[in-house]
Design a protein around this ligand. Structure first.
Ligand code: KG4
Ligand code: ZN
Length: 335
């Protein structure tokens, strides 16, 4: 049995996890930097890198401690080296290289987006491939044909903003704080999703592509009229709740329709969904209802595995089995 230590520092969560080669997760620790970035209304890359530097070793110690595994028993080190903020990724990559070198064990590099899909495999506890994969996070909105855990073919992505980015920007417009997704979801619960007919870009279009920047602008104008420059966020009340609910409904409709089109186009009957936005309850309900109608199986991990974490880097086990090890000069690749 080989025990893995995995690191994740691609954006604003510093995370470490310990798991075994049979995909048993022994511990998963996530240190969020949300408080540090909140007053800027978004992730500040330089602050993220510095916070990773401070947090990483304590998080690794915590993960090893909770797993009750001494560092010397680690047989492989895994790290997300792409995509993400370059300075943030570099902290994890440098630490992982040092740990692997010091321990004299292999290093495996995995793709953060592929890991979000693999979180569904982890949660399911059984093989889920082939499937359609949807990754919806703050940095990504993309559909994949996933023949295996490691062979992902891009079916289509976003032309501009990612869905999570749209949630964060709309939260800023509505004065709901950061991170925006959970705040918009809470606000939307008290609103009318039909109050505003916001655009559902590409919804009737066969292309498996997304665009959310027009939707964000539509919310901005519905909120403030033409006077957007001097506008202050709307006060709490039904108007604000209606804007949040109508925005969320538009995102949910588009994501659900594109998943349906991807299932039909590929002929696959499983949909695996990952990334922070998949924590959204109305989205989960809409995808579930669509999958029932389409005769497809929906796989969405529990919330802790949806948002950024290092346990999902258990995808590294698949590479390790094939001896696909990273070179000692492994680099961080932002795109
Ligand atoms: O996967 P993730 O933790 O980090 C990235 O790789 O980006 O995703 C974070 C994104 C943020 O944009 C956040 O606002 C969004 O996921 N998010 C949500 C919810 N929880 C997090 N969006 C909608 N509803 C939620 N409940
Ligand atoms: Zn992510």
């Amino acid at each position: 049995m080989t025990t893995f230590l995995a690191l994740e520092t691609s954006c604003d969560e510093t995370a470490a996890a310990v798991f075994t080669d049979d995909l048993t997760v022994l511990s998963s620790v996530v240190a969020s930097q949300t408080d540090l970035h909140a007053r800027f209304g978004g992730v500040v890359p330089e602050i993220a890198s510095r916070a990773h530097l401070r947090n990483l070793l304590p998080v690794v110690d915590e993960a090893l401690g909770r797993a009750n595994v001494p560092l010397r028993d680690i047989g492989c080190v895994a790290v997300h080296n792409t995509p993400g903020l370059v300075g943030a990724l570099l902290v994890g990559v440098s630490a992982a290289k040092a740990l692997a070198l010091g321990l004299g064990v292999p290093l495996v590099a995995v793709n953060h987006v592929a890991s979000h899909i693999f979180a569904c495999r982890l949660a399911a506890g059984r093989d889920i491939f082939p499937c359609v994969g949807l990754v919806v996070s703050g940095g990504h909105t993309a559909l994949f044909r996933c023949d295996t855990a490691l062979s992902l073919e891009l079916l289509g992505g976003t032309r501009d903003d990612a869905a999570g980015e749209a949630f964060d920007k709309v939260a800023a417009i509505l004065g709901l704080g950061f991170p925006g997704g959970p705040a918009v979801e809470r606000e939307a619960a008290g609103g009318n999703p039909k109050a505003h007919a916001f655009p559902r870009t590409f919804i009737d279009d066969g292309r498996l592509e997304f665009s959310f920047s027009g939707l964000k602008t539509a919310v901005l104008y519905a909120c403030h009229g033409q006077d957007v420059k001097r506008a202050t966020p709307p006060p709490p009340g039904p108007r604000r709740a209606d804007l949040a609910a109508s925005f969320q409904a538009a995102v949910v409709d588009v994501l659900t329709m594109k998943c349906k089109q991807a299932l039909r186009k590929t002929g696959l009957t499983r949909l695996a969904v990952g990334g922070g936005v998949s924590a959204n309850k109305p989205l989960r309900a809409a995808l579930q209802a669509m999958c029932v109608k389409e005769g497809a199986e929906l796989l969405i991990p529990p919330l802790a595995l949806c948002t950024d974490n290092a346990a999902m880097a258990a995808l590294a086990v698949e590479k390790w089995k094939r001896s696909e090890f990273a070179p000692p000069d492994l680099d961080a690749e932002p795109n």
